[in-house]
Ligand binder design. Structure first.
Ligand code: TTP
Ligand code: MG
Length: 353
């Protein structure tokens, strides 16, 4: 089996970087992109000057202004960000066709087959960083590694404007020291459980057998066992097929309690049904899920395998999700995970001659 060469690219403070580029008078001052504080707005992102004050993505703008009174908050210009995103992807395509965009500012590239720079992924990543900076006047950070999980961690390692490379022979030592909270798929719940089991680093995790991990974590235990050894076989997926459909609403006034939330369900489900009707027949509806964001911006998503997608199921899910916070609710979302009926095999055939 040949070793993969994966690059993960992530732009530095993407929206804010574009605003500073287009109006240099904004540079060097604390700057955020987001909604106005008087309209319950939220920070989408901010530059690194603002981060020094503790301002972060998804924070209420009002709170951000308390942390940093001089913060300038500008409205997002999504069309511009989308155009820049397309320009970045055009640069990527000069090196490989195997590109998986994760969001406007982030993508995986598989350069295993690339002939550029004698196949050196590191030099390709350097060149991408140079070109984005020279041609688009924003900076990107990049990570190079033998798989997606490590490439993504690597791009974050030297942020902003950095490059970090994990070669195959460095994987073992790098992963051993890695806190388990950095592992792909480990959210708050799993991280807390690992902490209770006194598993802090991947080295700690390696002391556990696959069987013991499966007993504790179900099928994710097997994945944990592999990740602790730096193993991740996920391919870079060029076909961006949908994983779910959902609708959500942010309420002008917080919903104070569970009955108030339940009252909103029929309307949300109506909108969801409209969205679902627009899906083509290559998808099959799978698990229902709900998302609840509380007034303090903590949020939770709950789904249930095997549940029906009727009002009653969503009521049960919403009840359980609400109970996790049991406080006023700012946003409700309902959705359905999708099962892709176009299998891998079929997708390949589509591109066959
Ligand atoms: P990120 O890559 O998470 O953040 P960033 O590029 O602003 O900063 P970093 O240097 O840490 O990578 O997200 C990319 C863009 O997505 C970001 O510029 C704005 C948007 N975004 C939101 O609108 N809301 C959010 O909660 C987050 C995290 C990002
Ligand atoms: Mg980014």
């Amino acid at each position: 089996m040949s070793v993969r060469k994966i690059i993960h690219v992530d732009c530095d403070c993407f929206y804010a970087a574009i605003e500073m580029r287009d109006d240099p008078s904004l540079a060097l001052k604390p700057l955020a992109v987001g909604g106005a504080a008087d309209r319950r707005g939220v920070i989408a992102t901010c530059n690194y000057e603002a981060r020094a004050y503790g301002v972060r993505s998804a924070m209420a703008s009002g709170h951000a202004l308390k942390l940093c009174p001089d913060l300038l908050i500008v409205k997002p210009r999504m069309d511009v960000y989308k155009a820049v995103s397309r320009e970045i992807q055009t640069i990527f395509r000069d090196y490989t066709e195997v590109i998986e965009p994760l969001s406007l500012d982030e993508a995986f590239l598989d350069v295993s087959q690339s002939l550029h720079f004698d196949g050196s992924a590191t030099r390709i990543a350097q060149d991408i960083r140079r070109r984005v900076s020279q041609e688009l006047h924003i900076t990107v950070s990049a990570g190079v590694a033998p798989n997606k999980f490590l490439a993504k961690i690597a791009s974050d390692w030297k942020k902003p404007n950095g490059l970090f490379v994990i070669t195959p022979d460095q994987v073992e030592a790098f992963v051993a020291a890695l806190p388990v909270s950095k592992l792909h798929g480990v959210g708050k719940v799993t991280a807390d459980k690992l902490a209770r089991l006194r598993i802090r680093t991947c080295d700690d995790l390696r002391a556990w057998s696959k069987l013991a991990l499966v007993k504790e974590f179900g099928s994710f235990g097997e994945r944990l066992w592999g990740l602790a050894r730096g193993l991740d076989e996920r391919a870079v997926q060029t076909d961006s097929r949908r994983q779910s459909v959902s609708v959500e609403t942010t309420y002008n006034q917080d919903l104070p309690d569970l009955p108030a939330c339940l009252e909103q369900l029929p309307q949300l489900l109506d909108e969801l049904a409209t969205r679902m009707a627009r899906l083509d027949s290559s998808y099959r509806a799978d698990k229902p899920f709900v998302k609840v964001k509380f007034h303090d911006f903590t949020q939770t998503t709950l789904e249930q395998a095997g549940a029906r997608r009727d009002l009653d199921s969503y009521r049960v899910l919403l009840g359980a999700a609400f109970a996790r916070g049991n406080k006023p609710v700012r946003l409700l979302g309902v959705g359905v995970r999708l099962h892709d009926l176009r299998g891998r095999h079929e997708q390949l055939e589509l591109f066959a001659p």
